[in-house]
Ligand binder design. Structure first.
Ligand code: MEV
Length: 317
């Protein structure tokens, strides 16, 4: 009889950021929501390391390599990945990869804990990108809505790196319709975060913009609590303008944001920028989708209030 093998399937959501991307890297507040696009990672014991049926090539998969070398050193593993979050789209695909792989390895090792999974996944993003916050990895782990460094969330966990500390909380978010517009421009997070860091380190003006993003985020959280969509949308648009001044928007993103505004409460880029995606808060999703299509983007309506990482353990004969 063949041995019975543990086969683990973990699934983690992508995200949109309502407020605070980039500023959160410097310990400022932020708000993010999990969306109904997910990354799935299936693992089982094996003699060698395989990724999607091929021998694993570490230099092609830096996040996977980082996590395996820390939590599965010198052992074989059969890994299969599958995602409906486009990579470099600003929708959290690298965070969801890290969270689903870490959750799967934790299940194989008999470990538990949302906080531990979020912490390990943040370490991987930080290790690969050189600079990061725990925003994307925390929302992908917990799901629903999360706040960082805001007093009103139900406290989940704290994450620290050097002199920065991020307090992560769960937030309740009213029902709202968000349309994503994907520019089709692949924009990896690392270089954009590094670009903002250079600007931040050398310019008092950049630090002022980061402070303004902080104020907009604090007001945005109050608008969510008040369920004031008009105010919320206008603050999102302000956040987009501040991100443009920081140099992380771009022609394609600005075009999609401008095109959406006629039918939205507000719109902004989401994630690192430089391409990737924007979001619009609207009660006219069909009109926004049409406007985005007309201006060269790929629109889709996202549903929020999504669960965080899930793990299923199966026996494979
Ligand atoms: C990327 O989705 C969000 C950034 O703030 C980077 C980070 O928080 O790690 C740009």
């Amino acid at each position: 009889m063949k041995p019975v093998m543990d086969n683990i399937v973990a699934s983690a959501p992508g995200k949109v950021i309502l407020f605070g991307e980039h500023a959160v890297v410097y310990g400022k507040p932020a708000l993010a929501l999990a969306i109904d696009r997910r990354f799935r990672c299936q693992v089982s014991h094996s003699e060698e390391i395989y990724l999607d049926g091929k021998i694993f090539e570490p230099n092609k998969h830096p996040y996977t390599y980082f996590i395996l070398s820390r939590y599965w050193p010198q052992r074989g593993l059969d890994i299969e990945l599958d995602s409906d979050i486009p990579s470099g789209s600003g929708l959290g695909s690298s965070a969801a990869l890290c969270v689903s792989l870490n959750a799967a390895l934790m299940a194989l090792r008999g470990e538990e804990g949302e906080g531990l999974c979020a912490k390990r996944s943040f370490d991987a993003e930080l290790g690969v990108q050189g600079s990061a916050s725990p925003l994307d990895t925390s929302v992908s782990t917990h799901g629903h809505g999360i706040s960082i460094n805001l007093p009103n969330g139900r406290h989940l966990w704290d994450i620290q790196h050097e002199d920065r500390r991020w307090s992560v909380g769960h937030i309740d978010v009213p029902e709202m319709t968000l349309v994503v517009g994907y520019t089709g421009v692949h924009a990896p997070t690392g270089p954009l975060v590094a670009k903002v860091r250079r600007y931040y380190d050398h310019s008092a003006f950049a630090r002022e913009i980061i402070d303004e993003i902080e104020s907009v985020t604090i007001e945005g959280e109050a608008a969510i609590r008040a369920q004031d969509m008009v105010r919320l949308g206008s603050l999102m648009t302000q956040n987009h303008k501040l991100l443009s001044i920081l140099g992380v928007s771009g022609r394609e993103l600005d075009r999609l944001v401008d095109a959406s505004l006629m039918y939205s409460y507000g719109a902004k880029l989401t994630g690192a920028g430089g391409g990737g995606s924007m979001i619009a808060l609207t009660d006219r999703p069909d009109d926004v989708c049409e406007a985005i299509k007309l201006h060269g983007g790929t629109p889709f309506v996202v549903h929020t209030e999504q669960p965080g990482v899930t793990v299923q353990k199966k026996k494979r004969l």
